[in-house]
Write a protein that binds this ligand. Structure first.
Ligand SMILES: Cc1cc2nc3c(=O)[nH]c(=O)nc-3n(C[C@H](O)[C@H](O)[C@H](O)COP(=O)(O)OP(=O)(O)OC[C@H]3O[C@@H](n4cnc5c(N)ncnc54)[C@H](O)[C@@H]3O)c2cc1C
Length: 263
């Protein structure tokens, strides 16, 4: 069972960050959905819920999502559900149920760097950046490589240049973890294809992206791009599925997403 000795309701991010780096056994709380599944003994749990980090806002050419914004807010806010073909909202809609999605946060999702994560796959395809209190803004792709970095996720920034996007996943049951997930976006001059839950962490299929850029998007190239992606990415086994199965369904998911953005 999770044990928490002290809770600090931080008055500002500076106080939260100081407490986090000065005490090795301190932990930042998101919605505590994942943390509570473990049996950690936490000396100080740092609560960010009084810091106005629960927001989804449109800036001049970006959308910003605060760290304490729940996945349910992403699913229901017109800003995130109407943009990018609804792909970000679709990426969270299979996560357990509304009650959990009303609790779990964007900051906890990104900070957790979960390889099975559905929204991380979608956010990578959207070229999202992570704003950290101490290290400033970095690409989400780079942030995912910084395991062990002690900093506070403040918000996620998404450039508002994507014309269309799509998300797809395969699961044994509707609310199980994905066996494989996939997100695709198209801008005026780029394609992004990201595959996650391989079961390794989400990764771009850059050869398949380059192929689409050179050849354009139609039914034939969508099918070929899916096959190229399956060849360039690595797939492994875990209790939810075998690498061989993942490799076989990868082109199907990519083709489905590409068909959706091509509509
Ligand atoms: C039963 C269950 C099933 C799930 N199924 C799925 C699924 O199918 N697909 C999917 O994509 N996700 C799934 N998730 C994961 C979920 O969507 C969230 O990503 C996860 O719960 C983390 O969010 P949280 O707010 O609960 O974070 P917490 O559990 O509070 O924290 C997670 C980690 O992030 C750190 N942290 C939290 N906030 C910050 C911050 N602002 N700055 C720095 N560090 C921070 C914490 O210290 C901790 O290490 C599932 C979760 C649960 C509990």
């Amino acid at each position: 069972m999770l044990q928490i000795k002290n809770i600090l309701y931080a008055k500002d991010l500076e106080e939260a960050y100081r407490a986090y780096i000065s005490e090795p056994d301190s932990v930042v709380l998101g919605g505590c959905g994942y943390l509570r599944l473990g049996s950690r003994k936490i000396a100080t749990a740092i609560d960010l819920s009084h810091l106005n980090l629960d927001f989804i806002e449109k800036r001049e050419d970006t959308i910003e999502i605060g760290a304490m914004t729940t996945l349910r807010a992403i699913e229901t806010s017109p800003l995130t559900s109407d943009l990018w073909g609804g792909m970000l909202a679709n990426s969270v809609s299979h996560i357990v149920g509304v009650q959990l999605r009303n609790i779990v946060t964007t900051g906890g999702t990104v900070a957790g760097r979960y390889a099975f994560s559905d929204p991380i796959t979608a956010l990578l395809a959207l070229d999202a950046k992570v704003a950290l209190f101490n290290h400033g803004e970095i690409d989400l792709a780079d942030f995912l490589e910084t395991k062990g970095l002690r900093d506070i996720v403040v918000k996620i920034t998404i450039p508002d240049d994507v014309r269309n996007g799509a998300f797809a996943s395969i699961r044994k049951s509707n609310t199980d973890y994905a066996i494989l997930n996939c997100a695709v976006t198209v801008t005026t001059d780029s394609f992004r294809i990201v595959v996650g839950s391989r079961p390794g962490k989400a990764q771009r299929a850059t050869r398949a992206e380059a192929y689409l850029l050179a050849n354009g998007l139609n039914a034939d190239t969508a099918s070929k791009a899916g096959k190229i992606a399956a060849e360039e990415l690595k797939f492994g086994d875990n209790p939810r599925g075998k690498g061989k199965y993942r490799s076989a369904i990868c082109p199907v998911l990519i083709e489905r997403c590409l068909a959706e953005v091509h509509k």
